[in-house]
Write a protein that binds this ligand. Structure first.
Ligand SMILES: [Zn+2]
Length: 166
């Protein structure tokens, strides 16, 4: 969560605290226009332009934490965004192996359910984002959202392109 740093109506950065809403969130009032607003969740604040930039950075195989630092998003947001991107793609990502080593790195990242739930509509307490990367190029070659058990690893494995599975 980050605090909205400008009025959503007029864009003014001059606002003051103005009591609390019925559900306890800090309310703010713009000093330029009458608009009142509360803290806003981060995914709402990421503009389409920024999302486009992040997509291009992902294609450039920049590390996830590097992207977070460069564009100022949290790792949790980025993982949620990744889920959105990957769920829009077919299971096999049409990845062409670019390195000849073809070693695969598996990363398992824990994500809080409430961060991810809105993206994948899963109800379990914990979701894990499984990522298979080409060990040399860091290109993401497969992606799976599931629990932390062995079955999820198998499901990730099934999505890894044939060339890497040999
Ligand atoms: Zn305003």
């Amino acid at each position: 969560m980050i605090v909205r740093n400008a009025c959503p109506a007029c864009g003014s950065t001059h606002f003051k605290k103005n009591g609390h809403t019925h559900n306890g969130k800090q309310n703010h009032q713009c000093k330029t226009c009458p608009r009142q607003f509360v803290q806003c969740c981060e995914q709402y604040l990421i503009s389409d332009d920024k999302r486009g930039l992040i997509e291009r950075l992902l294609v450039e195989r920049i590390s996830l934490r590097g992207i977070c630092r460069a564009v100022g998003v949290t790792l949790k947001w980025l993982l949620g965004f990744l889920v959105q991107c990957f769920e829009a793609l077919p299971d096999h990502l049409h990845v062409q192996p670019v390195s000849c080593m073809r070693d695969v790195l598996i990363q398992r990242l824990e994500v809080e359910a409430d961060e991810l739930a809105s993206f994948v509509q899963k109800k379990a307490n914990k979701q894990w984002v499984w990522i298979a990367m080409d060990a040399k190029t860091r290109q993401i070659i497969a992606f799976h959202v599931g629990d932390r058990r062995h079955k999820s690893a198998e499901q990730l494995w099934a999505k890894i392109p044939q060339a890497y599975r040999q």
